[in-house]
Structures are given as C-alpha cells and as structure tokens.
Design a protein around this ligand. Structure first.
Ligand code: UTP
Length: 310
C-alpha cells in the first residue's frame, strides 16, 4: 500500500468497535450495551451508523463480544414485531423498525474474544476490510453538525472528502482544556491551518505537562489498511491495552496522516454528563419535543432558583 493509494478511493466500509466493557455506565451496562443507550428514541449506535451511511459506507462491520447480542438483534429483522405493527396498522412505527438499515447496506459482525483494547478491536475487522481504506467510528462519541435546524455534512462525510482530496488517512480532532489531555490521544501537527494539518506525533493519554498540544483525537478515523500490519506488531501500551494510537504513531513514519477539526458538536456519551447533555440538546432541538422540552427546562431551573441566563 503506497501513500498514493491510501485515500484514492471512496471509503465503503466502516468499523464500529463495540466490544468494550462500558464500566462507566454500570450497573446499566450489566445487561444493556453502552452503544444501545438511547438519546431520546434512538440508540447511540444508530446515530453513528447513519453518519457512516451518509459518508458513503455500505458495509458496516461491528466488532462485538459474546455479551452484546442486543447490538446484533437491533440490526436483525424483527419478524414478530413487524407482523404485530402491520396488523395494528401502525405504519409509521413499522417503517422505523424496518429502516434501521437502508436497503443495500449490509451489517457484518465479528467477535473480539477478549477486550484487549481499541487497536485490537480494529484488528479483528481485518478479514472483512481487506486492502482498502476504511472508517472507524466510536458510537459513544456522538457528533451533530446541525445549526438552527439546518443539517450540515456529518463529521465522517467531511473526513471522507478530505481523505480523498489529500490521499491520506484522516483523524478527527477537537480542542480540549489542557487539564483534560490525560483522557485522550493528543496530536502534534505541522502546517495546521485551523482546520487541518499533518500529524507529526500522536500520544495516548499524556499528562497535561507532557502533552504536545491540546488537539485531542475523537472517535472518527479514516485509515489506510496498512494500519492492520502495524497493529499486528503493536504491543500493549497505555492501560495495558493494544492502542490504536500506537499503531497510528507507527503509520506516521510511512504515510501522511491528517488531523481534521470537523464542523459540528461532539458529545462524549461515554461519560454520564455527556450523555445527559446530548439528551437535553437533542430534546431542545427535537421537531416534536422541542417546545415542551424548553418549557420543562425553564420551569425546572426556575424551581431551583436558577435563571435561564446563568
Ligand atoms: P472505552 O475506552 O470507552 O472503553 O473504549 P469502554 O469499555 O467502552 O467503556 P468504559 O471506559 O469501561 O466505560 C472506546 C471504544 O473502543 C471499544 C469500546 O467499545 C468503545 O467503543 N473497545 C474498547 C473495544 O471494542 N474493545 C476493547 O477491547 C476496548
């Protein structure tokens, strides 16, 4: 794989690593996978899947574990439910259930037998991806590019365009406060123009005083398949896990990898407050719930003696 071929084709395949343990949401995640937690009426995984499809992906690879039947069940056909809805004449709900995946898009499930890290989870998708550039989406990073009711291109679509134009791998980044660098992969860049720049170094969870910048990696990647060879030789890193970040650091020596500051808002739904924030923002912007949600929020704040402008 040469750098020239790294981004020369449109990405068609997207990997969703969903085999993590989700310990931050215990006890809920004892039985409900984190990716199935809903924002209003749709699970987190659905938002990520829609973003991948919008970016042009038609093959979705879910890396799961033996406890995550709910993810596979969600994308499977629900015969009994569909029959009941059909008989009850509930056509709107029937359409929702039927179109979890549009026609022409296929879901493939691979198993990560042990949660050895994100890098290892991505490596599990190698037999399905083969030798072509592909996307990785972490569903607990929820990204919306919507302002005043107007929908812009999703983050992955933006990245696929950049990847194709530059023939390079692309990693989504955003600014974080310096005291938060220990929660992210952090990149150093050259010729960063405020929107994108070439990555010269990437470090997993550096302490604030050791971080090369405050540009943090969030869960969207467009990667060259060369990453698989590098992952095969990547040893456990931060937290004893096989880190995708370490394989990307190795990729930098061989191919261009761009950091891209996407347009849109990211909610870290891997944390309690991020999930709450996404839920509130979604409700406030929701076509049906919006008025009610705004009223409820104002009333709740007033009851607590907090004014709207605080
Ligand atoms: P996280 O670091 O968020 O871990 O993984 P987690 O297990 O999901 O959640 P917490 O921290 O215990 O609450 C980032 C992404 O990588 C996937 C996770 O499913 C999540 O999408 N992952 C992580 C795997 O698929 N396999 C792994 O071995 C580790």
């Amino acid at each position: 794989m040469t750098p020239a071929s790294a981004g020369s084709r449109r990405i068609r395949k997207a990997v969703f690593p969903v085999a993590g343990l989700g310990t931050r949401f215990l006890p809920a995640t004892k039985t409900v996978p984190k990716e199935m937690l809903p924002i209003v009426d749709r699970p987190l995984i659905q938002y990520a899947v829609d973003e991948a499809i919008e970016a042009g992906c038609d093959t979705l690879v879910f890396v799961t574990n033996r406890y995550k039947h709910a993810v596979a069940d969600y994308f499977d056909k629900a015969y009994e439910l569909e029959q009941k809805l059909e008989r009850a004449g509930k056509t709107e709900q029937l359409e929702l259930v039927r179109h979890v995946l549009p026609e022409g898009v296929r879901a493939i499930f691979v198993t990560q037998a042990e949660a050895l890290g994100l890098g290892h989870a991505v490596l599990c998708a190698k037999p399905v991806i083969g030798d072509e550039p592909f996307a990785v989406l972490l569903p607990d990073d929820l990204i919306w590019n919507r302002r005043d009711g107007v929908q812009g291109d999703g983050a992955l679509k933006q990245m696929a365009d950049v990847s194709q134009a530059a023939n390079a791998s692309v990693i989504a980044i955003q600014d974080v406060p310096r005291d938060k660098t220990g929660s992210y992969g952090i990149v150093a860049t050259e010729a960063f123009d405020g929107r994108q720049g070439r990555i010269t170094r990437i470090v997993e969870k550096p302490a604030p005083d050791a971080a090369p910048s405050t540009l943090a990696v969030v869960g969207r990647y467009v990667l060259s398949p060369r990453i698989f060879d590098l992952l095969e030789t990547t040893r456990p890193g931060a937290g004893g896990e096989i880190q995708l970040t370490d394989a990307i650091q190795a990729l930098l020596a061989e191919e261009p990898v761009l950091a891209y500051r996407f347009q849109g808002t990211r909610f870290d739904c891997g944390t309690h407050i991020g999930l709450v924030e996404a839920t509130i923002r979604h409700a406030l912007d929701h076509e049906i719930l919006s008025d009610q949600a705004r009223r409820m929020m104002s009333e709740a704040l007033a009851e607590m003696g907090v004014s709207d402008s605080e």
